[in-house]
Write a protein that binds this ligand. Structure first.
Ligand code: GDP
Ligand code: MG
Length: 333
């Protein structure tokens, strides 16, 4: 809980300075479901808007693929290179109850903990794909405090597409297996990731073959023909093999975004998608359609420059509710 009496602006200052207990308090605040805390949370997020410049990297893949192990290795390595690192883990097995996380099985690895990586875990709640509005807001806080922020989330396929809206780089972790191409394609995962990592190369000769299958699938599944194909790497998170190459690939993707218009475009599209998803969850497609009937969602979002995503969600929510109150419930104003 944030300390009573501490203003959101003071808390934002502590977050920007990388003060860990301030970051923890800020995360609690944006995750606080009580309406009374919402105003403070929005003030905090507005104050951090534009300051959340840390890089956001998503790590996704099936349960057991080795995401957490890989993050432990990656985060440790990045810390040794002098970067400050945070990990946000979305735990699909846990539900929130009375403020406590139940069934939170992710434990940060020993080496990352020793290196000073900041760790936080969020319950997946009941949303498809395991991502909630709070995930985006938590990343906004973390990216204001740390150079690099990872978000680990289970999942493949369309239900997980939301992760793409939250990060600048998405890494997919695969396990070596024979004949997986069809599965990968069916699950629709080839379209989104910016980097693929076939893990557990220490266990199986099949890692190289799985990588070739992924490359073939990417050729088929991404007809955008822009020329650039996401790199497909092999390695072992357990043995620390391929970690530097993965960091290079992630940095390479960051550099290519920075060189082109793609970076700002992706960020803008991600913000819009977060807003659209949150409103659709709150009000259904009918509510969203009503809002869009007034003006394009882009225009309504553009009308709030410098505001946090959460602030815009609440403002547009108020507009939807006012519309309902006006027409459906008989114009009480
Ligand atoms: N042999 C081998 N085992 C690994 C490797 N990476 C992870 N594991 C093991 O795979 C299991 C699942 O790993 P975890 O990181 O929890 O997977 P997650 O569910 O994707 O986060 C654990 O028992 C790990 O020790 C690897 O590179 N090689
Ligand atoms: Mg894990």
């Amino acid at each position: 809980m944030s300390t009573p009496g501490q203003s959101p602006l003071a808390l934002a200052e502590r977050v920007r300075a990388g003060d860990r207990s301030g970051v923890a308090q800020a995360l609690n605040l944006v995750d606080d479901g009580r309406a009374a805390r919402r105003a403070e949370a929005l003030d905090l997020l507005d104050a951090l808007e534009g300051e959340a410049t840390g890089r956001r990297i998503g790590i996704t893949g099936a349960p057991g693929a080795g995401k957490s192990t890989l993050l432990d290795a990656l985060a440790t390595r990045l810390c040794s290179l002098g970067r400050s690192v945070a990990i946000l883990a979305i735990d699909p097995s846990s539900r929130k109850s009375g403020g406590a996380l139940l069934g939170d099985r992710f434990r940060m690895g020993a080496s990352a903990r020793d290196s000073g990586v900041f760790f936080r875990s969020l319950a997946a709640r009941d949303q498809l794909g395991g991502l909630s509005e709070v995930t985006g807001a938590s990343l906004d806080v973390l990216a204001a405090a740390f150079d690099t922020v990872f978000v680990e989330t289970v999942g493949v396929g369309q239900s997980e597409a939301g992760i793409v809206d939250l990060v600048e780089t998405l890494v997919f972790v695969a396990q070596p297996a024979a004949g997986d191409l069809v599965q990968f394609m069916k699950a629709g995962i080839l379209e989104w990731p910016d980097v693929f990592f076939v893990n557990k190369s220490d266990l199986s000769e099949l890692a190289g073959r799985t990588a070739s299958e992924l490359r073939a699938g990417i050729e088929l599944g991404r007809p955008d023909a822009s020329g650039e194909r996401p790199p497909v790497l092999c390695g072992s998170a357990r043995d620390g093999i391929g970690i530097d190459a993965l960091i290079e690939a992630i940095d390479g993707h960051h550099a290519s975004l920075a060189r082109s218009e793609a970076g700002p475009r992706r960020r803008a599209a991600g913000r819009l998608a977060r807003i659209r998803t949150a409103l659709a969850i709150r009000y259904g497609t009918r509510g969203l359609a009503r809002l869009i009937a007034q003006a394009s969602l882009e225009r309504q979002v553009d009308a709030h420059p410098g505001r946090s995503v959460e602030r815009i969600i609440d403002r547009l929510s108020a507009r939807i509710e006012a519309g309902w109150a006006g027409t459906d419930a008989g114009a009480e104003t």
